[in-house]
Design a protein around this ligand. Sequence first.
Ligand SMILES: *Cc1c(COP(=O)(O)O)cnc(C)c1O
Length: 449
Amino acid sequence: MPKEQRAVFLSQDEIPTSWYNIQADLPEPLPPPLNPGTLEPMSPEPLFRIFAKELVAQEVSRERWIKIPEEVMEAYRWVPRPTPLMRAYKLEQFLKTPAKIYYKWEGVNPAGSHKPNTALAQAYYNKKQGVERLVTETGAGQWGSALAMSSAYWGLKCRVYMVAASFRQKPGRKIMMETWGAECFSSPSNNTKFGRGLLQKDPNDPGSLGIAISEAIEDTLSDDKTRYSLGSVLNHVLMHQTVIGQEVKKQLEILDVRPDMLVGNIGGGSNFGGFCLPFMGDKLQKKNEIEFVACESKAVPHTTKGKYTYDFGDTAGTTPLLKMLTLGREYKNPPIHAGGLRYHAMSPIISYLIANGHMRSIAFGQKEVFEAGVMFARTEGIIPAPESAHEIKFVIDEAKRCKESGKAKTIVFNNSGHALLDLAAYEAYLSGKLEDWEPTVIAYPSFVK
Ligand SMILES: *Cc1c(COP(=O)(O)O)cnc(C)c1O
C-alpha cells in the first residue's frame, strides 16, 4: 500500500464562508429568463410568489462571493460538513493504472447525497421570510429526503410530489420523508388540477420530473404562506453547492496535488456544478488547464443530443423560459434506475459551458454504468448511487486509457451519494434483468429565440 493518505479531512473551521457565483466570471451574461407570454426578458418580481425573495436575488446576482449566513454555517456544521476527499487506491491497484484517482464523498450525511447543501440554505431563507410550508418535487427521492430533513431542522412544513415510477420503486424514500415529518405524494396526484387531468387519461401514468414540478407549483400558488423549492438546475442551487468544490480545492492543496481532470454526473447540474465551478472560474481566467467532463445517461441524453434553446422547466409549461440544453419538456420518463438523471433539460450554467466548449459531456448506458458501480463497491467499499456510477464508468475508462498510454493523469470526481435506498437497481443488475434504453425520436421545443 502506498503510504499516502486514504482520506483528507478538514476541520469545521474550514467550511467555506461564502458561496462562489460563476456568473461574475462568465465571458458574457447568461441569456436571461423569458416571459413565456411575451418572449421578452422577465423581471424577477413575479417569481417572489414562487420562491423566497433572497433566493430570487441570488438567482440573478452577478456578485462573485455571497456570504453564507451564520445560521446556515451552523446548519452545515450540523449536517455535518466538511466532507472527506478520498483516494481510490484499491480501484487504482485493481485497474493497474498509473492514474491517480480521488473523489469527494458527499454521501456521508443522513440524507445520503449532496442535496442538503442547498436544501438547508433554501429552507433557511424561507423560514427567515416567514414562510410556513415548502412544496417541491422529487425524482429518485433524494431531493425530497434532503428537503424533508432540512424542513425538520428549521421547523417548516414540507410537501413532496414524487415521480410515480420512483414512488413505486423506492418505498423507503417515502418512509424517510414521513419520518422527518414531511408529506409525500405519488405524482401525478389527485391534489392538483394538472395531476387529476393526467390520471383521468392514464391512472398508471409513470409521471416525470416535469409533471411533478407542475404539480408542486400549482400547489404552491394555492396558499399564501407556501413557497416552492427546487433542488437543481437554477443558478442559486449550483451556487449553494460550491461549498463542495471550494473544500476540494483546499484538500488538494493540502496534498499538493493539481488535477488534470474533473468528472461528475449531470442530472440538473447541481452536484457537478458545485464541485467544478470554483475550478472553472479559475480556468476562465486562464489560471488552470483542467479538463471538465460531465457524464449523463444515454436514456436522457440532454447535453449530448439536446438542443441549446429556450424551454420550460416543467411539463405543463408554467415556468419562465430558460435557455438550456433540452430534449423538450414532454420528454417521456425513460425506464432507468438513475432517477436523478431523468430531467429533460440541463441547468443554464452547465448548458452554457458545454454549448460554448468550456466542458464536454458523454453519455453511458445503464448496464455498463452498474458494472462500474459494482467494481467500485468491490474495491472502494462504497455502493455508489446509480447517478454517481455514471462518472465512475468514465473514470474507470479513462484510467484504462492512462494504462495504455502510460500517462499518469490525476483524476478527481464528485461521488454525489450512496445507493443504500436504490438497492433494487443493483439487484436488477446482479440478476441480469437490467436493460439499456435509448430514445428513437426526440420532440425538440420549437422556440426560435
Ligand atoms: C439528485 C442527484 C443527482 C443529480 O442531480 P444534480 O442536480 O445533477 O446533482 C446526482 N447524484 C445524486 C446522488 C443525487 O441525489
